[in-house]
Design a binder for this molecule. Structure first.
Ligand code: HEC
Ligand code: HEC
Length: 230
């Protein structure tokens, strides 16, 4: 736990939420899971005490539904193969670049501290979580714009599925139900070459190459609005 302090401090600076982070710093080493039911509850805590289980809920929410303040994605909607694959991507340095510091560096610090047992433990905790109401904000865009987004999504559906449900065979994750701000940040990352840049990252490269970039703000917003309806 102690070694998490470094990136928590950086998170403070990046997101200008010092007070929240200071609270985290105080509570983390003392078993934060029992201290604040709003931010996190560890559902396995009573049934199966497990010291090696890292507390993903601190940043991803009590049911791993994501936390928009911390810019963390909804993990609940993601299948195990994608979660473990992305942890390896962070460990290999495929989702962050030294010359482009970003929030990904924080998750990379977490990932690098995890061993195989801890990843397996984290995934077993996920089995016990409950679905929570979607945090995806429904778009206020008019139907016409949503139709524009639907047209743009045609370029995504072959890999991510027509309902945005993901396709394991292509290693493409579900997009439906994901936080829109997180999806946007990832598209920008692929577009700017912060993700999908490594020749060894086959699936990241496939995604980066499939993306027409730059994308106008208008198209991007319409696309995300359509995804929020899936
Ligand atoms: C310090 C806060 C923090 C902790 C603790 C944390 N995460 Fe994260 N995680 C993040 C942030 C922030 C992101 C988004 C990073 C980015 O944009 O690349 C993220 C992203 C991820 C992703 C990528 C998801 C995707 O859609 O590609 C996975 C997988 C993930 N985290 C798994 C975990 C697991 C499993 C744990 C517990 C072992 C955990 N995280 C603990 C902050 C955290
Ligand atoms: C050729 C197949 C393919 C196409 C077409 C494609 N993607 Fe992807 N996408 C992927 C794969 C594979 C990944 C996982 C990359 C990785 O492993 O890092 C991905 C990842 C993503 C992510 C990151 C999700 C997360 O949880 O981190 C987003 C967002 C995304 N795609 C959106 C889109 C959108 C929007 C389109 C259409 C404009 C699109 N993709 C088109 C294959 C594709």
């Amino acid at each position: 736990m102690i070694k998490w302090f470094g990136f928590s401090r950086r998170l403070c600076v990046e997101l200008s939420i010092q007070r929240f982070c200071c609270l985290l710093l105080v509570l983390l080493p003392q078993g934060f899971s029992h201290a604040d039911t709003d931010v996190m509850v560890n559902p396995s805590a009573g049934a199966k005490p497990n010291v090696s289980e890292p507390n993903c809920a601190v940043c991803h929410g009590s049911n791993w539904q994501g936390n928009s303040i911390l810019a963390s994605p909804n993990l609940y909607i993601l299948p195990d193969w994608y979660i473990s694959g992305q942890i390896q991507s962070y460990q290999k340095g495929w989702r962050q670049r030294a010359e482009q510091p970003s929030i990904s560096d924080d998750m990379a610090s977490v990932a690098r501290a995890l061993n195989a047992t801890q990843i397996a433990d984290a995934l077993s905790v996920k089995q016990q979580l409950k679905p929570v109401a979607s945090v995806v904000k429904k778009s206020t865009l008019v139907a016409e714009r949503i139709n524009q987004g639907k047209a743009a999504f045609a370029a995504c559906a072959s890999c991510h599925g027509s309902e945005g449900q993901g396709k394991q065979i292509l290693h493409a994750p579900p997009l439906a139900g994901q936080n829109l701000a997180y999806l946007k940040a990832q598209l920008v990352s692929f577009g700017l070459g912060r993700r999908g840049f490594s020749a060894d990252d086959i699936y990241g490269q496939q995604m980066a190459q499939a993306l027409t970039w730059p994308m106008s703000d208008e198209t991007l917003d319409a696309l995300l609005a359509y995804i929020s309806t899936l």
